[in-house]
Design a protein around this ligand. Structure first.
Ligand code: ASP
Length: 439
C-alpha cells in the first residue's frame, strides 16, 4: 500500500518543523511520496516564502534592484539547511533564479520557486529522489490543468521510483513555461500524485487536527469532525469553512481515495477523514456548521404567482441581465425570495428592480440587507426526525429572529437566514443544541 503525504507551509517553516515531518514520514514505510509546500510562517508576524517571492518579483517588474530581498529568501532556506545539518548548497539554484528573473520569467515562475527549492531540501533531508513538478504536472494553452496528460506521465514516472519528493503548487505549460495553481494549490498537487500512484490514502499534514465542527473564532474549542463526505465538505467549504483547497478534492474523488487531514504538531491525533461515502453515522446529527455574512434578500410578491407559468424564469432573467448570481431561492405561493451577495448587488439594485418590473410585472418588491446565511450540514439529518424543529427552538430560545429557512432536497443541509448582528449567536445556539447537549 502506498500513502501520499503533503506537508503545508507551517509544517515546513523551520528546521524543527522539518524534523517533525521527517519523523512522521519515517514512522510509516507506506509514506513513499512526499509533496511539500514552500516554507510558511514561523510565527504570526513572519512572512511566507511564497509572499516574499511575489514581492521580490514585483521589484523585478518595476525595474528595481531585487538582490537583497532574494538573498533574504535564500537565508530562509539556509537556516533550514543548517538547522538540519545537511550538506547542501542552493548557491547555483539562486544564481539561476536571479538570471531567470532578469529575463522576465514571470510571476508564476517566481512563486513556484518556493516549493521547488523546498522540494530539493526535503529530498536531500529524506534521501528520496527529487522529481521536478514541471516535468510531470501539465497545464494546457489556456492555463487549465491537464488532468489526463498529467496522470499518464506522472503514473509512469513514479512507477519506476520507490520514494520521491514532488514539489507542490506548480507545473508547466505546453511551451515549457511554469504555471502555478491558485494560492494554497499544493493541496491539489498532493491529490494528483495520490491518484497517479493509486494511493490507499492521501494524508494532508497541516497545523490543525482536522476540520472543526464550527469556526473556533465563534465557538471556543469546537470538536473535530471525524469523518466527512466530499459532498458535506463542499457545502461547508462553500459557506466559508476552509482547511483544504477546494480543487484538491477532484483527483482523489475520481479514484475513490480518502483524504486524511492531520496535524504535524500533534501526529497522534487521528484528524479528519474525507471520504466519498460512509455508513458510519457521525457522533452528532450534524457534521458541521458554517456561514457567511453580507447577503440581501429580494422578495417579490405577485397574486396568483403560482398559476403563472414562467414567472420564476422572468425574475431570474433580471438577475442574469445584471450579471448577478443568486445563492438561494425559497418560494411560497405568491412570493419568491432571492438571496444575493450584498457587495455584488448594491451598485445594481435599482437596475435589478426595474428589470424585474419590466420582465415579470410583480405587485411589489422588497429588499432587506445585512443578512447572514448559516449552513447546518449533516448526512445524519436524513434519518433523524425534527432537526429543523430543534434548530428553530434553539434559535427562538436565543431570541434570534429567523428570516429564512431552506432545506435542500438532498436533506444534507439546512440553510438559515438571520440578520448579520445575530450571526455569531445563531451559530452558538445551533452548536449548543446539537453538540454540547449531545443529541
Ligand atoms: N505556497 C503556496 C501558497 O502559499 C501554495 C501552498 O502552500 O499550497 O499559496
Amino acid at each position: 500500500m502506498i500513502k501520499v503525504v503533503k506537508f503545508g507551509g507551517s509544517s515546513l517553516a523551520s528546521a524543527e518543523q522539518f524534523a517533525k515531518a521527517g519523523k512522521i514520514i519515517q514512522a510509516d514505510k507506506e509514506r513513499r511520496y512526499v509533496v511539500p509546500s514552500a516554507p510558511g510562517k514561523r510565527n504570526a508576524k513572519d512572512t511566507k516564502v511564497t509572499d516574499m517571492l511575489y514581492a521580490c518579483y514585483d521589484l523585478v517588474e518595476a525595474g528595481e534592484d531585487f538582490r537583497v530581498p532574494l538573498m533574504k529568501i535564500k537565508d530562509r532556506y539556509d537556516t533550514i539547511i543548517n538547522g538540519l545539518n545537511l550538506r547542501l548548497s542552493l548557491e547555483e539554484e539562486f544564481q539561476k533564479i536571479s538570471e531567470q528573473f532578469k529575463c522576465g520569467a514571470g510571476q508564476d515562475y517566481a512563486a513556484s520557486r518556493g516549493e521547488y527549492l523546498n522540494g530539493i531540501v526535503m529530498a536531500g533531508f529524506l534521501g528520496y529522489e527529487f522529481v521536478d513538478a514541471a516535468e510531470v504536472i501539465f497545464f494546457d494553452e489556456d492555463g487549465n490543468f491537464d488532468a489526463d496528460r498529467t496522470n499518464q506521465v506522472l503514473a509512469k514516472r513514479l512507477s519506476g521510483i520507490e520514494r520521491a519528493v514532488i514539489p507542490g503548487f506548480y507545473g508547466s505549460a505546453p511551451d515549457g513555461t511554469i504555471r502555478t495553481f491558485s494560492r494554497g494549490g499544493s493541496d491539489i498537487t498532493g491529490s494528483i500524485v495520490a491518484r497517479a500512484v493509486r494511493a490507499s490514502c492521501y494524508e494532508n499534514w497541516t497545523d490543525v487536527s482536522g476540520f472543526l465542527i464550527a469556526d473556533p473564532r465563534i465557538i471556543k474549542d469546537p470538536q473535530t469532525i471525524k469523518t466527512i463526505t466530499y459532498r458535506e465538505l463542499r457545502e461547508l467549504s462553500y459557506m466559508g469553512a476552509s482547511v483544504l483547497h477546494e480543487d484538491a478534492v477532484f483527483p482523489v474523488r475520481k479514484a475513490g481515495i480518502p483524504i486524511n487531514i492531520r496535524n504535524t504538531n500533534a501526529p497522534e491525533d487521528e484528524g479528519t477523514w474525507i471520504v466519498e461515502s460512509t455508513c458510519q453515522q457521525s457522533k452528532y446529527t450534524i457534521t458541521g456548521i458554517a456561514g457567511k455574512k453580507g447577503f440581501v434578500s429580494v422578495s417579490i410578491d405577485k397574486d396568483m404567482m403560482n398559476a403563472e407559468v414562467g414567472f420564476g424564469r422572468k425574475v431570474l432573467s433580471a438577475f442574469e441581465e445584471n450579471e448577478i448570481s443568486f445563492e438561494h431561492m425559497p418560494s411560497g405561493i405568491d412570493t419568491m425570495t432571492i438571496f444575493v451577495h450584498q457587495p455584488e448587488f448594491e451598485g445594481k439594485e435599482q437596475a435589478v428592480i426595474s428589470a424585474i418590473h419590466r420582465l415579470a410585472q410583480p405587485d411589489s418588491i422588497e429588499l432587506e440587507g445585512d443578512l447572514a446565511l448559516i449552513a447546518v450540514v449533516g448526512r445524519g439529518m436524513k434519518s433523524t426526525r425534527g432537526t429543523a424543529g430543534r434548530i428553530f427552538s434553539a434559535l427562538a430560545h436565543a431570541n434570534i429572529n429567523v428570516k429564512m429557512i431552506d432545506q435542500g432536497s438532498s436533506e444534507l443541509n439546512i440553510i438559515i437566514g438571520v440578520s448579520n448582528a445575530d450571526f455569531e449567536n445563531a451559530i452558538r445556539a445551533v452548536y449548543d443544541i446539537f453538540v454540547e447537549t449531545q443529541i
